[in-house]
Design a protein around this ligand. Structure first.
Ligand code: C2E
Ligand code: CA
Ligand code: CA
Length: 738
């Protein structure tokens, strides 16, 4: 809650002085026309002043200033800037002292509005007509010509002309400023910067000190939500307050009326309206300190209509910014803003910890109670977290149910997060015991910046989740390099798959007694553009974790089917193609359909294909395995359990499974001749297979000795370098000819 400090209130009461404000706003227009008489004849001064005594021009009195030489006049002109007319003698110190003064006024002082009336005693000293034109001399009269009436007429004409020139000049300057300001204003990003610019530009336009304030009403909010978005001078204390809370009645009421009536108000102080429809509008109050004349009003109208466009841009931009940087539900910074914040904090990372706090099982809450309830849960958590983690902690929503928190080590730590979730939350009358898992990074211990830092926290969070829900884990450099390496590899794999860097090789499987080929195992290969082979043991786990294995697995299956079809066409009708299948594929709901389509599209029968699933897969979720296996069998596939001997199969489970073959892992084949333990496992697998009525195949046979040993155990199928290495499709075809 925003509480207005008492001291500020007092200040505002002081500011609230209507009499003072009104007096200022009603200052009468009583500026006299100032006229300078330059003549070395003292009588001329007296006569002129006497003749013009009591007369007014355009309702304003005349005031005379006196110089008795061109030199004195120069001095006075240097310090007087609102002279309207100079009545100038031509012959003074020198015969053309007056004409030289004209040159000085126009060329050196650059006073172009000041009207000049030349008076001369003798017609003979008349300046040439070009001089009159070049120096914009208003009138040229001999002194004898100038009767009282003539003088008055001449002065009136000069004053009028002066006033018009000033008006034009002001108009030009004003228009220039409007053009300038609307371009500079439309470049401003953010409403308050814009409003501040409007105050400044307006004051410059009206030639007053920056005083006044602006308030904005954006997006048709209710009037109570109108806030002061910019203010200058004596009003600057009002910035960011709701308009309704402004205690200076005159100011508040004028702004309210302006927004209400949707027009500029000039009486009792200038208040300008900037509207864009859709209920979006801004009102600007300017303390002009004088009543505005028609010219000022025209300029202001031009200004308003010019900057309305700029305002609209700014509103759009700030809405975009809002959406890009803020989470509307929790009124917290979002991920983007948080990354910015992290970048800033890195300048001084000492003592700062970043935590990612992930609410456990939040999706269950959403599913069980609905999204609206879920939103309320998040709000409750936000509320408690901001209360408990303290003022100097920055919070953001970085994911659906994940918060980012940044603060001192002592504030942002596993204990403080635990404390937040210790007591149950009451949401919509429900008591809810929540827990959260946390990943933390001490900024000084990570080399990462911005979003990478968030990645480090994510890595730690993932570790924590793997360990135990509700636990926390600090990030360590070792975790990071692993994860970053894997992340890079995954990116490369994704691109590599798209760019056809993946292909399938085939390793023949043989009858161990006769060395006759019975089939082949399809094995995936990845060759990078740099001609580097990445081993499948490295990239397949990544593909599995990322889900990329689904399209890749389909690719392998289709390649294997196509190759099988080819082998059959070449006359190898009994050829059996073995294809490895991952758990992620196995669990995928479209798996059986994918298999069916691959068979259909390639025109091969399922019974020529064997799927290799690992022992650990076979022992996973029994219901799922049975169901999927049933689907596989329906398509006619045979199934082998790969890497057999590495897992912990339960015999009873194994018996339930509809599998055809056990595959002895190459580790046990290679140990076979050297260690008795190895031989025990190989022997055990063969015995188990015999007991269950399954065939047994061995992989990784490298030596003749191993082949004979396996035959001795009763294993009659195998593959390995002894017979052939995995080879590309074309090579397989020629290899088969032999
Ligand atoms: P795996 O299914 O156990 O495949 C047998 C591995 O043993 C293959 O390694 C093969 O090249 C290798 N091998 C064959 N004969 C010998 C031998 O005499 N001596 C030795 N030392 N090794 C031999 P590879 O091709 O590197 O594949 C490694 C693993 O990657 C495979 O183990 C399999 O789990 C996985 N994998 C390969 N291709 C695919 C695939 O298309 N899909 C899936 N899901 N996994 C695959
Ligand atoms: Ca295999
Ligand atoms: Ca294996």
């Amino acid at each position: 809650m925003h509480e207005t400090p008492a001291a500020d209130d007092d200040l505002l009461e002081l500011l609230d002085e209507p009499e003072h404000a009104d007096a200022d706003l009603h200052r009468p227009h009583d500026r006299p026309w100032r006229i300078l008489i330059v003549d070395d004849d003292g009588d001329v001064h007296k006569a002129t002043e006497l003749a013009m005594q009591g007369l007014t021009v355009e309702g304003q009195p005349l005031v005379f200033l006196h110089a008795t030489s061109a030199a004195q006049a120069r001095q006075m002109l240097g310090s007087e800037d609102d002279l309207a007319v100079v009545l100038l003698d031509v012959v003074m110190e020198s015969e053309d002292a007056g004409l030289q003064l004209v040159r000085h006024i126009r060329d050196e002082l650059g006073m172009s509005a000041l009207r000049i009336v030349l008076r001369t005693g003798q017609p003979g000293y008349a300046p040439e007509i070009e001089t009159v034109q070049a120096y914009d001399i208003n009138d040229y009269k001999t002194k004898s010509e100038l009767t009282r009436t003539r003088l008055y007429t001449v002065l009136t004409a000069a004053v009028r002309s002066y006033r018009q020139i000033c008006a034009l000049e002001a108009n030009r300057r004003g228009l220039e400023m409007i053009v300038e300001s609307s371009t500079s204003l439309s470049r401003m990003r953010g409403l308050s910067r814009f409003a501040e610019g409007v105050v400044t530009q307006l004051c410059a336009l009206l030639g007053i000190l920056p005083e006044g304030l602006v308030c904005a009403q954006v997006n048709g909010e209710t009037p109570e939500e109108v806030r002061i978005v910019a203010a200058a001078g004596q009003y600057s204390g009002l910035i960011d307050r709701p308009l309704a809370q402004v205690k200076i009645t005159t100011v508040r009421e004028r702004l309210e009326r302006c927004l209400d009536e949707q027009r500029n108000l000039y009486e009792n102080g200038t208040c300008l309206y900037f509207g864009m429809g859709n209920g979006r509008a801004m009102a600007a109050l300017v303390d002009v300190g004088r009543e505005l004349d028609e010219l000022d009003q025209q300029l202001l109208r031009a200004f308003c209509s010019n900057i309305a466009v700029g305002f609209e841009n700014v509103v759009l931009y700030s809405q975009l910014l809002d959406q890009a940087y803020n989470d509307p539900l929790l009124r917290l910074p979002n991920r983007n803003r948080f990354v910015e914040l992290l970048d800033k904090n890195l300048k001084d990372p000492a003592g700062v910890t970043l935590a990612l706090i992930d609410i456990d099982d939040f999706s269950d809450i959403n599913d069980a109670f609905g999204h609206h309830f879920g939103d309320q849960v998040l709000q409750a958590v936000t509320h408690r977290m901001s209360e408990m983690l303290g003022l100097n902690t920055a919070m953001a929503r970085v994911g659906a149910d994940t918060f980012g928190v940044l603060g001192e080590h002592a504030k942002v730590c596993p204990d403080s997060v635990q404390a937040v979730f210790a007591d149950p939350f009451i949401v919509a009358g429900e008591r809810l015991q929540l827990s959260a898992t946390t990943g933390l990074v001490r900024l000084s211990e990570s080399k990462a910046v911005g979003s990478e830092l968030l990645l480090d926290a994510q890595i730690a969070l993932k570790r924590a989740k793997q360990q135990q829900r509700g636990s926390s884990q600090y990030f360590s450099a070792a975790m990071g390099s692993d994860a970053r390496e894997r992340f890079k590899l995954l990116k490369g794999l994704r691109a590599g798959f798209e760019e056809n860097q993946l292909f399938v090789v085939y390793q023949p499987q043989v009858d161990l007694d006769s060395a006759r080929v019975i089939g082949a195992e399809a094995l995936l290969r990845w060759r990078t553009p740099e001609d580097r082979f990445i081993p499948p043991d490295q990239f397949i786990p990544l593909a599995e974790q990322s889900g990329l294995i689904i399209p890749i697995g389909e690719f392998v299956m289709r390649a294997a089917c196509a190759q099988l079809r080819k082998m059959q066409r070449l006359g190898h009708t009994d050829f059996r193609m073995a294809v490895n299948v991952s758990m992620a594929q196995f669990r995928h709901p479209g798996f059986i359909d994918m298999l069916a389509r691959a068979l259909h599209d390639s025109g091969v029968a399922g019974h020529n294909i064997e799927l290799e699933i690992t022992e650990s897969m076979a022992m996973d979720d029994a219901d799922l395995v049975l169901r999927v296996l049933a689907g596989i069998k329906r398509l006619g596939f045979s199934v082998a359990i790969d890497d057999f001997g590495t897992g912990f199969s339960s015999l009873s489970q194994l018996r339930q499974l509809q599998v055809d073959r056990l595959k002895i892992d190459r580790a046990f084949v290679q140990e076979a001749q050297s260690s008795s333990a190895g031989s025990t496992i190989a022997q055990m697998v063969v015995n188990l297979g015999r007991g269950l009525g399954l065939t047994v195949i061995a992989e990784g046979i490298e030596t003749e000795e191993q082949r004979r040993y396996l035959i001795g155990l009763g294993c009659h199928e195998g593959q390995g370098w002894l017979f052939a290495r995995p080879m590309p499709a074309e090579q397989l075809e020629t290899w088969m000819q032999r």
